[in-house]
Each structure stands twice: as structure tokens, then as C-alpha cells.
Design a protein around this ligand. Structure first.
Ligand SMILES: [Zn+2]
Length: 295
């Protein structure tokens, strides 16, 4: 009798620790990663040379993610996640487009609207500034003010900064590095004003032109009022430690097949959700080989 009582106590203690461990594993659920996808232009046929994707390939990429349980999030939610004010699933993605090409309106927007997928478009603000006198031919064409306002009013598209006029080179050097800090700061501030005037939306994010970012640029971006910064060509998931230099996945030139490979990579980067571990444990200990139900 005494031995049985002791066994019961030991089992109770063991159960307590198992439950505590499971609770800890739930609390530490891998919910701190977001993939930030980066596209530019869309045109039938796409390109391997330029950042242009065939619209069908783009739809295929996003459909693949949706079919596998990935959830698109808004830039607002991304900001809240960065501030630890919002939890997201570990299969979340933020969709971004750089450069503000008209092809986004033509090919991506109808699809995004139909599926209600939020996206962020980073504009080179001078091209959309009614006060700016264009002296050069713009190829490919940029979004018009009407298109920007229509998309902004849909509630699913956010417009943010890709600088005012730093998306170019000066003597072979990215303008953001070639110009003195005060010029870069003034450019950043102007981009915020121009885009805010177009949409009425708070412009708190910048995708650094040329993808170039260092501590000096981050300092200037903060000073200009940006709270989030996005890098261009550094691959990787978003990290809470890098709010001003978030990594993105440039996906313009990826075929659906290669994207699937990337998707597998994304998936492998995420540890299995705790309930799967729990199921495995349950099967091993309790069911011991017998399948009770198919899950
Ligand atoms: Zn760009």
C-alpha cells in the first residue's frame, strides 16, 4: 500500500514537471520570425537580368505560401511585433515592393485586392511629387498619383519611403554614401513629407535605396523620423534586434520551382509547433505504436 502511495506521489510529481515543461515550450513557441518578401516590377515573361517577375510566377509564389498556412501581415502589425506588442504565428510574411513601378498596380494590385493580402510599396518620392520637374525619361513607368491614392484608400496597401532622390549613383557610388550626411537627412525628411501628403498615412518606414545600410545611415534615418528600416540585398528573416535594418528575401527572379525550394528552407527554419512535439511524445509513451487516430 505504502509503495503504491509512493508511486502515485512520484507519478504526480513527474506529471507536474512534464506539464511545466510543456507550458514552458508553449510559452517559448517560435513566434519571433517573419519573412519579409521583396519584389520590384512585374511583366509577362519576367527577366533574369532585371528585377522583374512574370505575374503568373508572382501569384504562384504567394499562393504556395497561402496553401501552406502562411499568413500575410500588415506593416502596422510588423511594427507592433517589433515593439513586442503583438504576437504573430511563426509562418507570417510581410509583402514588400520597391521602386513604385506602375506594373505593381497593373498586375499585383488586382490579385492582392481579391485575396485581401496587405502589402507595402516603397516609393522613390521625387517621381510622385507634383512639385518635382522631371528632366529624365522614367523607364519603367512609375505609379501615378491617382493609382497611389486608389491603392492607399483600399486599406491594404501602405506607401513608405525609398528616399526622395537617392536611388541613383554619383560617380559610381550610391548617392546615399556619396552625399554629405546633412543632404541625406534632408532627403529622408522630404520623402516622408511628400508621401504623407499623397496618402495621409504616417510614413515611418524606409527601404534604403540601393539596399545600402550602415550605422551612420541608420542614425540619419532615425533622426528623420523613421522607426523601421529595410535592407535590400541581405537575405534572412526579420529580427527584433534589427528594426532599422530588417533583412528581406529578394524574390524577383525566382521560378516557382526554385521558390518552392526556398519555401522548404523557410519551413525548415521554423521549429515544429509545440503541439506536434506533444503528439510525438504522446504517441511514444502512451500509444506505444498503436495509432488511435490519424493526425
Ligand atoms: Zn530600389
Amino acid at each position: 500500500m505504502k509503495i503504491r502511495k509512493l508511486t502515485a506521489i512520484l507519478i504526480a510529481i513527474a506529471m507536474f514537471f512534464v506539464t511545466a515543461l510543456l507550458l514552458i515550450s508553449f510559452a517559448a513557441a517560435p513566434n519571433s520570425r517573419i519573412e519579409v518578401l521583396l519584389y520590384h516590377e512585374l511583366e509577362p515573361g519576367g527577366s533574369q537580368e532585371w528585377p522583374i517577375i512574370d505575374p503568373e510566377d508572382f501569384y504562384s509564389h504567394i499562393n504556395t505560401l497561402l496553401e501552406h498556412g502562411w499568413e500575410p501581415i500588415t506593416l502596422g502589425d510588423f511594427a507592433l511585433w517589433q515593439q513586442n506588442k503583438l504576437k504573430v504565428t511563426n509562418k507570417s510574411f510581410l509583402l514588400t515592393f520597391d521602386d513604385g513601378g506602375e506594373s505593381i498596380y497593373k498586375y499585383a494590385y488586382p490579385y492582392l485586392l481579391e485575396k485581401q493580402i496587405p502589402a507595402t510599396i516603397f516609393l522613390i518620392a521625387k517621381y510622385h511629387d507634383p512639385d518635382y520637374v522631371l528632366t529624365e525619361e522614367v523607364i519603367p513607368p512609375k505609379l501615378t498619383v491617382d493609382q497611389i491614392q486608389e491603392m492607399s484608400q483600399s486599406g491594404i496597401i501602405s506607401f513608405q519611403s525609398h528616399s526622395y532622390d537617392l536611388h541613383r549613383e554619383i560617380n559610381g557610388k550610391p548617392a546615399i554614401l556619396a552625399l554629405p550626411p546633412e543632404r541625406v537627412l534632408a532627403d529622408f525628411k522630404r520623402s516622408r513629407q511628400v508621401i504623407n501628403r499623397l496618402t495621409g498615412e504616417k510614413v515611418n518606414s524606409i527601404a534604403y535605396p540601393s539596399g545600402t545600410v550602415d550605422q551612420e545611415i541608420i542614425k540619419l534615418a532615425r533622426e528623420a523620423g523613421f522607426e523601421l528600416g529595410f535592407a535590400g540585398n541581405i537575405q534572412g528573416a526579420a529580427s527584433k534586434k534589427e528594426a532599422m535594418s530588417t533583412k528581406r528575401f529578394p524574390l524577383d527572379n525566382l521560378s516557382p520551382d526554385v521558390f518552392s525550394y526556398y519555401y522548404e528552407t523557410f519551413d525548415r527554419q521554423h521549429p515544429k509547433p509545440p503541439f506536434l512535439l506533444l503528439r510525438k511524445l504522446y504517441r511514444k509513451i502512451v500509444v506505444s505504436g498503436k495509432t488511435l487516430w490519424n493526425i
